[in-house]
Design a protein around this ligand. Structure first.
Ligand code: GLA
Length: 748
């Protein structure tokens, strides 16, 4: 069993082959944290790890003590995991161990997404009850360990067992005390069209944090952070990961104290948060997933990829091959009619595309972003047969049909706003702040969620829709809900997200065959919370291949290939004005869920042939590109960032595709090689280069190579000679397709 309890030292050991997590009930009943890291022997007695007790304070707390769920006001002066204001105004807490239980599997969290098991033997959960008697507060800590993943998931439930109201001001999903501060903090930060850039800094004394106060996880920081040692690489060294299964305001923080210990915490952002906990009621935090690796950042990512792909995403689309879409947004923006859409769809079908996605502009009077959000009925001038009509015609072409919608929003110029002006989020005494000419609907209100469920069910029920791109294009200002009394306005942001989850839950249950893709102006809400309902997300509005190298690399630190939608678009690129070769755009977009976002009817014959070839290439390797093990080889965030390389490998290591990208070509740089990883050193691989051509790189690499050679010596990726007319020049990309040869013995 992965969870044991040593009654003598009152130590819990959560253990599998990869990790150990040790918790101890200290002498005074406080819950101490002993260890999280590589696997330790099951039989060891680890009680001594609680170390020298801090004698400065009579309650034996104090800064150096490592705690599982720290609280303020009783001797621990570091950032707390839990702050609860009591009826007398005090926020001091000192909860003590009361009881525990261990059960097979793991429990769901009411109203919130979380990772799950498919059988009770996949994971075991430790539930520890702490009680703070003066506050009449029960705290249930949940720690789940999967049998074969280096991950501990955590969540917390608070219960008011008294007769007076409590106010929860901070309730982290997890807190983790580490014994030293010799770490670098890795975060995924950016902006619109520049999401998930990898940023790394050395931990320093004091607090270093990322978070969001936007009402969504946001483009600025992803709800993920990692700690790594200075010399940890992709393939070696220690690393911890913290990831929050949540889509709203979050905080992820590392605090280094006066004794050079590190406290990590992750959860709902306490800024502006206040939850009134009535007597007898409960509050549940979102889930946090903590991962540990002794084999570098690559293994940390493997852990998150497997967990989120296989045990967070749900439904038929979790494992199903994802279709190749043509999205009309960059082809037409708002300017289209039925004939134009059919022209695009027909050309797309002829290229091998499988689904046509009708983006923004199909409803109300939506000819720009100035109106109509909320009026989810077809614009008959553009679509005379309505959504049903266009869906039918698209299907008659042999394609499936998908549609864009932005359910959480309302335009002031819309019938919905005329009918329900009070449904828009806002403070009654202040003017509304518009963003992209739109307001946000109050998802904290049940009637709004019910209304949207009705509208969307109607749409999905009447037209043949196989896919929904659920967008969310602005953050929340003037947070306030008239449905909440003054004392509960601090609940607004969390209740908003609970409303979004409720709508997603009801829709995905009612329409299990529909594939949902989440989007928030690209990656503005690309987080694990969304992945439960929408197994893929629009990674970024930036479709430029070179920008995408960094965006997709960064996103891959936490998220699997199956979650990253990536499209080939036209040049000059609409976000950067850059012109990259068509093959390069495809070679980047292949690593994820491929789509096209251009006018296929406008392609030249040569381009058409190239795109057909790309689609055929992808289809033949779809499982690798969507579900293979993603291995990062050469980082665009290191050195001059001129080169990026990554690969995807099948579970049995028999197939792989390597992508190598060079931003600027440079002459006379020698015989540069790219060493691969994750192959079978004993296997022989047939290597073929894409795009195929009569060029030195193809000549040097094509043929049969040993896995050992490919990993120890590598592929030749030298820059191309600019005087050679076959040189691709700048923005070059090459794919290397590897297929293990069947040994002679097996052939017979
Ligand atoms: C957002 C999305 C885009 C597109 C537009 C439509 O920006 O990220 O992909 O759907 O909205 O308005």
């Amino acid at each position: 069993m992965p969870i044991t309890f040593d009654t003598t030292s009152r130590t819990f050991h959560l253990r599998n082959d990869k990790i150990s997590y040790l918790i101890r009930v200290l002498e005074n009943g406080t819950l101490g944290h002993l260890y999280f890291g590589g696997s330790l022997a099951e039989s060891g007695s680890y009680g001594r790890l609680s170390g020298v007790e801090y004698l400065g304070l009579s309650n034996r707390l104090g800064d150096p003590v490592a705690l599982e769920y720290p609280t303020p006001g009783t001797g621990d002066f570091r950032v707390p995991a839990l702050t609860v204001e009591q009826a007398n105004g005090s926020t001091a807490l000192d909860p003590r161990y009361t009881s525990h239980r261990v059960f097979g599997g793991k429990s769901a969290i009411p109203g919130l997404p979380s990772t799950y098991v498919q059988g009770y033997d996949e994971a075991e959960t430790l539930e520890i009850l702490l009680t703070d008697t003066p506050a009449s507060l029960e705290i249930r800590l949940f720690f789940a360990i999967y049998a074969d993943r280096p991950v501990i998931t955590r969540a917390v439930r608070l219960r008011n067992i008294g007769s007076e109201q409590l106010t929860v001001r901070c309730a982290m999903s997890a807190s983790l005390d580490l014994p030293d501060a010799d770490w670098e903090m890795v975060q995924l930060s950016g902006a619109w069209a520049r999401e998930c850039h990898v940023r790394t800094r050395r931990l320093e004394a004091g607090s270093q944090a990322i978070g969001s106060l936007r009402g969504a996880s946001g483009h600025e920081h992803n709800p993920f952070l990692a700690l790594k040692r200075e010399h940890t690489t992709e393939e070696a060294g220690e690393a911890y990961g913290l990831s929050l299964v949540y889509s709203g305001n979050f905080l992820a923080e590392a605090e280094v104290d006066q004794y050079q210990t590190t406290r990590l915490r992750i959860g709902i952002n306490p800024e502006g948060f206040a939850w009134a906990l009535d007597p007898g009621t409960e509050f549940c935090t979102p889930e946090a997933a903590l991962a540990f690796s002794e084999a570098g950042l690559g293994a940390l990512s493997d852990a998150y990829h497997g967990l989120y792909r296989d045990r967070l995403a749900r439904g038929v689309w979790r494992d199903a091959p994802r279709p190749i879409v043509l999205n009309n947004w960059e082809a037409t923006y708002y300017d289209f009619d039925e004939a134009r859409l059919l022209e695009i769809a027909t050309a797309a079908r002829d290229l091998g595309v499988e689904m046509f996605v009708l983006d923004d502009g199909w409803f109300g009077r939506r000819d720009s972003d100035a109106s109509s959000l909320g009026d989810w009925t077809a614009n008959k001038a553009k679509l005379p047969g309505g959504v049903e009509g266009i869906a039918r015609q698209i299907e008659a072409l042999g394609l499936r049909f998908g549609i864009w919608i932005e359910p959480e929003m309302v335009s002031q110029r819309s019938q919905l706003f005329v009918d329900h002006p009070d449904w828009a989020v806002g403070v009654p005494t202040r003017p509304h702040t518009e963003g992209r000419n739109q307001l946000v609907l109050d998802m904290a209100r049940r009637e709004v969620v019910d209304y949207l469920f009705g509208v969307l069910s109607d749409l999905l029920g009447h037209a043949s829709i196989s896919y929904v791109k659920w967008d969310m294009n602005r953050n929340i200002t003037e947070p306030f809900s008239p449905s909440l009394p003054a004392a509960r306005q601090g609940e607004f942001f969390h209740r908003y997200i609970l409303g979004v989850y409720d709508l997603y839950e009801r829709l995905t249950r009612a329409f299990p065959q529909v594939l949902f893709e989440s989007c928030a102006s690209g990656g503005g809400r690309f987080d694990p919370g969304m992945l439960q309902f929408a197994p893929q997300a629009w990674t970024s509005d930036d479709t430029d291949a070179i920008e995408r190298l960094r965006i997709q690399w960064g996103t891959s630190l936490c998220y699997p290939l199956s979650s990253m939608a990536a499209h080939v678009s036209a040049i000059p690129n609409h976000q950067t004005g850059r012109s990259t070769p068509l093959a390069t755009r495809a070679a980047v977009a292949f690593f994820g869920v491929l789509g096209y976002e251009l006018d296929p009817a406008a392609l030249t014959d040569e381009e058409r042939e190239a795109v057909s070839g790309q689609i055929a290439y992808y289809k033949a390797r779809r499982d690798l590109f969507q579900r293979g093990r993603f291995v990062r080889l050469k980082s665009p965030f290191e050195g001059d960032g001129n080169e990026t390389a990554w690969m995807t490998v099948s579970a049995d290591a028999k197939r792989a595709v390597v992508g190598h990208y060079r931003v600027l070509n440079g002459p006379q740089r020698g015989r540069e090689r790219l060493r691969l990883r994750g192959l079978d050193p004993k296997a022989s691989y047939r290597v073929s280069v894409w795009p195929a051509g009569d060029d030195p790189i193809s000549a040097a690499n094509s043929g049969v190579r040993g896995g050992d050679e490919l990993m120890r010596i590598g592929l030749l990726v030298a820059p191309e000679n600019p005087v050679d007319s076959r040189s691709v020049g700048d923005f070059a990309a090459r794919l290397f397709d590897l297929e293990a040869e069947t040994p002679e013995a097996d052939r017979r």
